[in-house]
Ligand binder design. Structure first.
Ligand SMILES: [Zn+2]
Length: 682
């Protein structure tokens, strides 16, 4: 269902640009008064004796919240509701099945159109010309949502299958039948009707922020130390913050010089956070810059440059103002609620409580000590990105390449082997054939991806890059990851009992299966992984990156709550607030592990600017993935994979309860990390 929401919110956004005919008129505002809502409810309950007053009230109120002048007068609304409210269950079920079938027809075909139009972009089908890009970017479904309001189907659906809040869904989770869940998901299809120009503005401001980040490059070859010496390759240009972070990661095995370079990158990050960075060293290699002293030079002569002047924080403020305009039109009346209760289906309060509990775990100190020992030095703030827990196999990669190249000379060879791979994982012949028939392997231009179908009868696509010489091991490893996605996509479409429940609650669930498949890649080549520390290393790698991303996510959450408390804040005030929140989080949760205070490093993430309120998704992803993987480690693999991914897209906590018998929790990851740290310390 999250898929549907995506399909329906995105098109709405795109539709908006071409639908300005009624601009400036009052049609964009809900025009149904409370009195009309009440009299409508009254007249319907008089018409049908003994109906559920809860369903009736919900339905009428929800439909009223979506109705606009352009849809008709208040009297029209009342007549519409009276005519279309379904009182008896049998008729309602027929309507549900018909709507469900037709949504599958629409979503399924639109998905297929996009997939087919983008084929020349994704598969090697000759040179890509402008026409390919234009067709690839075309969205056939962009007018769907508005069309469904115009022909009143949206109101009919909203009236009879009303919206439930996350709290209501969770409260009902244990008592709802599958059909009631499916009805509730139908109620999520039309939840808000935001004026086109507001969505357009959100999209424009968002694009501007993306551009801002995409052009935030640092010319590393121009960084100088106190002696005027450069340490990075002359033409190295790194994008903030991802490339900067990866540069830090790449210096872990390089001794004292490595630490020095990591320190220089960190100085750059601090200048970005506090905005003292000279504007002319961003995306510009004309000056030498000492990030430690903030001195700048042109041809070795000192020059004075202006600092960036809070451009970074202005982007966040712009996004906040644009997104806040939606508040009045959504049952989730803040951007924070829409991102959490709406998008992730976990409340912000629950997220914060879980993150805070995780970051206070004693095991973090234990792992911090282990890292210190492995590095042979005290921890530095940037060691939140320590990457020394990667398991290296002693199997020679050339030998693996030889095997994969022979087995998979082309996409067809992998396609023909899918059922066999599933048999090795323990699926029955029948199930293996069923799944393999519904997954097609295509040669890809890029590194590949998994693209699922959105209606039964269509196949999922595994896109993988295979060179002329055959598939190399790295490509094979990624292809097995994508195959895991395809298996999830196929089970959760074909085997879920109601189309409205197809899919998984969010991307963490599909990533879990993809990584589980990927980890078994050697097994699928009939080989064994030889590193006895592999499991422990993977656990600690996951544990440490969860720690890092949770701090960053908590900062993102608290910054947005602060913005709602201070809606008129200037960029300068926001900067001060973000620095304070970042340092507070550091001092509470990182200083005890790192032994250093007052570090602002958590504020460097670019996502805070170009993906508003998204970071917590990654943090939850880590937890959910770990729990699902942990569960499947000891489970009867294939039958349990089938059972889990048949659950479908109910809420994340309800899925975890139904699947694993527990809520999303930090307990097992912390326990396992403690054990792993002990194993590696010995
Ligand atoms: Zn993936």
């Amino acid at each position: 269902m999250r898929k549907f929401l995506l399909l329906l919110t995105l098109p709405l956004l795109l539709a908006s640009c071409c639908d300005s005919s009624d601009k400036g008129k009052t049609k964009e505002v809900a025009n149904i008064t409370d009195a009309t809502v009440q009299s409508t409810i009254k007249s319907i309950s008089e018409k049908h004796a003994g109906i559920s007053s809860d369903m009736l009230e919900r339905g009428v109120k929800h439909a009223a919240s979506l109705w606009r002048n352009v849809d008709g007068t208040e009297a029209d609304f009342k007549v519409f509701c009276k005519d279309h409210f379904i009182a008896d269950e049998a008729t309602k079920e027929i309507m549900f099945e018909k709507v469900s079938r037709n949504l599958e027809v629409l979503y399924g075909h639109f998905n297929k159109i996009s997939l087919d139009l983008q084929r020349p972009l994704h598969e090697p089908m000759g040179e890509i010309i402008d026409v390919d890009k234009a067709f690839g970017g075309y969205s056939a479904q962009s007018h769907l949502t508005e069309d469904l309001y115009r022909n009143k189907l949206a109101f009919n659906i909203a009236l009879n299958f009303p919206y439930y809040t996350l709290t209501e869904k969770e409260a009902n989770a244990s008592s709802w039948t599958r059909k009631e869940w499916a009805y509730a998901r139908m109620g999520d299809v039309f939840t808000s009707r935001v004026p086109a120009e507001i969505l357009q503005n959100v999209s424009e401001v968002g694009s501007a922020s993306e551009m801002y980040i995409a052009n935030y490059n640092i010319h590393m070859g121009q960084l100088v130390d106190a002696d005027g010496k450069t340490h990075f390759p002359k033409d190295m240009v790194l994008l903030s913050h991802w490339n900067l972070r990866d540069e830090i990661k790449s210096h872990y095995s390089k001794g004292a010089e490595g630490v020095k370079l990591q320190g220089m990158v960190y100085e750059v990050m601090k200048r970005i956070i506090d905005q003292t960075i000279p504007a002319d060293v961003i995306n510009n290699g004309a000056y030498q810059w000492n990030p430690s002293t903030n001195e700048t030079f042109k041809d070795s002569k000192a020059v004075t440059l202006e600092s960036e002047q809070n451009g970074r924080y202005q982007q966040i403020i712009n996004n906040f103002h644009a997104m806040r305009q939606i508040d009045a039109y959504s049952p989730l009346n803040t951007a924070v609620k829409r991102a959490f209760a709406g998008g992730m289906e976990i409340t912000q309060a629950d997220a914060e409580a879980l993150f805070v509990e995780f970051m206070a775990a004693e095991e973090l100190k234990q792992v911090g000590e282990l890292i210190k020992k492995r590095l042979g030095r005290d921890l530095q703030p940037w060691d939140i990105w320590y990457d020394g827990f990667k398991a290296r196999s002693s199997i020679d990669e050339d030998a693996l390449n030889k095997i994969t190249r022979t087995r998979y000379p082309d996409a067809k060879a992998l396609d023909a082997d899918l059922a066999n791979l599933l048999l090795k994982l323990g699926f029955t012949q029948e199930k293996a054939d069923f799944l393999a028939e519904r997954i097609d392997v295509d040669a890809a231009r890029g590194s590949g991806h998994a693209w699922g179908a959105a209606m039964k009868g269509e196949t999922a696509h595994l896109r993988t890059r295979i060179p002329e010489t055959g598939m190399d091991y790295k490509g094979y490893n990624i292809a097995i990851h994508e195959f895991g996605h395809n298996v999830e996509q196929t089970i959760s479409l074909y085997d879920v009992d109601y189309y409205m429940l197809n899919g998984v609650p969010n991307t963490a669930f599909t990533e879990a299966l993809a990584f589980i498949f990927q980890k078994r890649d050697l097994e699928l080549l009939d080989m064994k992984n030889d590193n006895p520390e592999k499991e422990a290393l993977q656990t600690l790698d996951n544990f440490w990156s969860t720690y890092e991303i949770m701090g960053v996510s908590l900062l993102d959450q608290r910054m947005w709550l602060w913005l709602y408390d201070n809606p008129d804040a200037t960029a300068d005030q926001l900067k001060v607030a973000v620095e304070k929140i970042a340092v507070d989080i550091w001092n509470e949760f990182y200083a005890p592990v790192f032994g250093i205070k007052d570090q602002p490093i958590l504020a460097i993430y670019s996502h805070m600017i170009n993906s508003p309120i998204y970071l917590s998704n990654y943090a939850f992803g880590h937890l959910i993935q770990f729990q699902v993987e942990q569960y499947l480690k000891t489970a009867d693999f294939a039958p349990e994979v089938e059972r889990l991914f048949k659950i479908g897209s109910i809420t994340p906590n309800a899925w975890m309860q139904a699947g694993l018998g527990e809520n999303i929790s930090i307990t097992s990851i912390i326990e396992e990390a403690g054990k792993a740290a002990e194993q590696l310390a010995n």
